[in-house]
Design a protein around this ligand. Structure first.
Ligand code: CA
Length: 408
């Protein structure tokens, strides 16, 4: 598709993507769509009258988050995408008003794109669950008996989800290193990342309703990169018997642009075969995994970046539709803007593991970085950047970056 906007080679934000985010314009958070190195200011476009033919109230773009627009429903998302695609490939009203509507993307600051009501974190990569099982419970079967039957998850904390670029303070807490007889208190010494993706709920349910697996994707607005920062020493001491708590809830970072399910459609792919077969409410037809390439880089302070892992979202054992069907099967309701994270996405070998604890084998084998640096866990000043993109033939879409730097 030819567009009058310049799109740099290898841009994440091609005309096939059109992701939604919220950026600062005139000191106000404003909804926008990324295209090349520009942002389409949706509020400015609405004020210029561009959306008058669309069947939703474009006042939703006066909001400083996307929830109101998302709540307009799937037809609204689709009609806006189609309208913007037409405007970018022909010289219509967007072209005529481009001085008012287009903003230089690289000179703006991004904000959290949604108000997040609830956040759930799944644990859906079989390689990650197996690796962590071996590290946390070396004397028993790594996968617990329920794991192949249930998309295991827990309820996290929405309040501490931050936008890419927000500094991450090293958490303090209670821990019990093997060398100590009693628990101690202090700063985490085993600060880690979790390479994840998350989806945003776009269509709500009422309390008592369940979402069938075949309808589940209709309830998803889009996806972001998700880094679930983890303090392994705090986690290791506190997690029995109720699971993650303070080792996880001090911060999670999301990437600023929400890539829609429509943009991801060309990148569907087959899943890993589930064995044993799952219960009927989790059975599905068709391709429900997505081929999304992932990479993690670490940049120590005033050093250059080393990519330490390359993984892929297609490695997930449990897909998003199964996760959402399971989440709601008991009647638990979901709301627009809820965030559902995948769990750490690890592949089969150490170059594709999604956390430092896996790559460094529990901190025993340091990870080599450029310029003779090495890491087991994160040090103060380290910056972690996760990137995600899809490529098929000439079609490329990407998620941009999800970055955070550790502060003492
Ligand atoms: Ca996690």
């Amino acid at each position: 598709m030819n567009t009058w906007i310049t799109i740099p080679n290898n841009s994440d934000f091609t005309i096939h993507n059109l992701p939604y985010g919220v950026f600062i314009r005139d000191n106000k958070p404003t909804p926008g769509i990324a295209i090349g190195d520009s942002i389409i200011d949706l509020n400015a476009a609405a004020k210029c009258g561009l959306f008058k033919s669309l069947e939703f109230n474009s006042n939703v773009f006066e909001s400083d988050v996307l929830n109101d627009f998302i709540a307009c429903g799937k037809d609204a998302w689709s009609s806006l995408r189609s309208f913007i695609t037409t405007e970018l490939t022909s010289q219509g009203e967007l072209f005529e008003n481009k001085d008012k509507i287009l903003v230089d993307r690289k000179s703006t600051q991004m904000c959290l794109p949604i108000q997040i009501g609830d956040y759930t974190d799944f644990y859906s990569s079989i390689e990650h669950a197996t690796n962590l099982g071996k590290l946390f419970r070396p004397n028993s079967e790594p996968l617990l008996p329920n794991w192949r039957h249930i998309p295991v998850g827990y309820h996290g904390r929405a309040s501490s989800i931050v936008i890419s670029g927000t500094p991450i303070r090293r958490p303090q807490g209670q821990m019990k290193p093997p060398s100590e007889e009693k628990p101690i208190f202090g700063h985490s010494k085993r600060l880690d990342i979790e390479l994840e993706m998350a989806y945003i709920i776009g269509s709500p349910t009422k309390l008592g309703e369940s979402i069938a697996v075949e309808d589940a994707e209709d309830h998803i607005f889009g996806k972001v990169i998700f880094n679930d920062w983890s303090a392994r020493d705090i986690q290791g001491w506190e997690y029995v018997p109720l699971g993650p708590f303070l080792g996880k809830n001090f911060a999670s970072t999301i990437s600023p642009w929400i890539v829609t399910m429509e943009a991801l459609e060309p990148f569907r792919c087959e899943s890993i075969k589930q064995d044993p077969p799952v219960l009927p409410y989790l059975q599905y037809d068709g391709n429900k995994n997505f081929d999304i390439q992932l990479e993690v880089g670490i940049t120590p302070q005033e050093e250059e970046e080393t990519v330490i892992s390359r993984s892929n979202f297609k490695f997930m054992y449990w897909n998003m539709a199964q996760q959402l069907a399971h989440h709601t099967v008991n009647g638990c309701n979901v709301n627009v803007g809820d965030v559902m994270a995948s769990g750490t996405i690890s592949g089969r070998d150490a170059n594709s593991y999604g956390s430092l604890i896996e790559i460094s084998k529990g901190g025993k084998e340091p990870i080599q970085l450029k310029n003779n640096k090495e890491r087991t866990f994160l040090e103060d000043g380290d910056s972690v950047t996760i990137r995600a993109w899809c490529q098929k033939g000439d079609i490329r879409i990407g998620f941009g970056e999800c970055e955070g730097t550790i502060k003492s």
